[in-house]
Design a protein around this ligand. Structure first.
Ligand code: SAH
Length: 341
């Protein structure tokens, strides 16, 4: 899909064409200009030539399958990015419909090289443009067309959103725009490895989206072992930036803590973490680790104990349902597997 020439093609067209086209592309989710039935035939043909709508993907998806699904999208320069669809039933009897969350990548590869994450292992290729980020949601929206729609978008795929801030925020605002995708700001979430400059910038944005911080360790020494980016972004400075964000926005912030066996999951770690996290509007989300070979997942009993310690100190704590494991949905895993084959 490439809409770069859209404004050129529409130059001499009446203004209302944009509205019509936005509706076709981002509400009806057409995948061919021929489906844009109210546009003149000649315009449809021109658009088909100048603004192709096809999205090349590498994996077959099966929407009847439960849980998560992953697809690889092939971009114009041939690079592959991964995007995940997570479907969840609410659990309430009267609620038959599933909710759909799309997890988007913001970069090809990742420059951060966190030691437990497969995206970081191959290094960094390039930033994604805002269109390439939006396209991932368009891809799943088209696939879901007959059975549902995308409810939530999380910027938690490959890459560090705040190291591609301009394109990330452009994409988020586009998704939120009532004239295009109309996804409520509260249904958009961004996760950062703790890039302080990005937290500050987000605090100043009008868009009220959710912020999550990948903390993963209760002190800088351990954090730096797992995440080299922790060298420049100290926990105390991150928390200071988060507190400013909370003062400005009044919004809750989620701290992600991936539970890795014998690395960051001791009782002592839980007590130290509790001291940092016992604050209003802080929420800890414990993430069962998806095994990548180098590290292993904490035992369920360990996670349970860790949660109990945090809660006993007044820290709001949840454990993330592990959607990803069986389809290798942890950041970067699928793309690497494909390379191995
Ligand atoms: N760079 C951003 C967003 C991408 S990663 C960030 O660091 O937040 C999204 C989340 O998945 C992060 O919390 C990351 O630490 C976590 N993650 C990466 N590899 C994982 C794995 N193997 N198992 C579980 N979570 C993982």
């Amino acid at each position: 899909m490439n809409l770069e020439k859209l404004s050129v093609v529409l130059e001499k067209e009446p203004k209302y064409r944009y509205q019509q086209i936005n509706k076709f592309l981002f509400q009806d989710y057409i995948s061919s200009w021929q489906e844009a039935s109210s546009l003149p035939q000649a315009l449809r043909e021109k658009l088909a030539k100048e603004c192709p709508l096809d999205i090349k993907s590498e994996l077959k998806i099966n929407l009847r399958q439960k849980g998560s699904q992953k697809a690889l999208i092939c971009l114009e320069d041939g690079v592959l990015i991964e995007t995940v669809l997570i479907s969840q039933k609410s659990g309430k009897k009267e609620d038959k419909e599933a909710r759909y969350t799309v997890c988007v990548s913001t970069q090809v590869g990742c420059p951060l090289a966190c030691s437990f994450c497969s995206s970081g292992q191959d290094g960094f290729t390039r930033n994604l443009s805002s269109w390439e980020i939006v396209e991932q949601v368009v891809f799943w929206s088209r696939a879901l067309k007959s059975i549902g729609k995308v409810d939530n978008v999380v910027f938690m795929g490959m890459g560090e959103p705040f190291l591609n801030y301009n394109e990330f925020i452009k994409a988020a605002k586009f998704m939120n725009n009532p004239e295009t995708m109309n996804i409520g700001a509260r249904r958009l979430s961004v996760s950062t490895a703790g890039i302080i400059a990005g937290i500050k910038r987000l605090s100043g944005e009008k868009i009220q989206m959710n912020l999550a911080i990948s903390l993963h360790a209760p002190n800088d020494i351990l954090r730096q072992k797992l995440m080299p980016v922790a060298g420049k972004n100290k926990i105390s400075d991150i928390l200071h930036a988060v507190d400013n964000y909370i003062t400005k926005t009044g919004r809750r912030v989620m701290f992600e803590y991936v539970m890795i066996k014998d690395e960051n999951d001791s009782e002592q770690n839980a007590f130290t973490l509790a001291k940092l996290m016992a604050r209003p509007l802080y929420l800890v989300n414990l993430i069962p680790y998806n095994d990548t070979g180098r590290y292993h997942a904490s035992r369920p009993e360990t996670i349970k104990k860790f949660k109990e310690i945090l809660e006993s100190k007044g820290v709001a704590t949840t454990v993330r349902l592990s959607f990803g494991g069986e389809i290798e949905a942890a950041c970067g895993q699928l793309k690497n597997r494909r390379k191995r084959k």
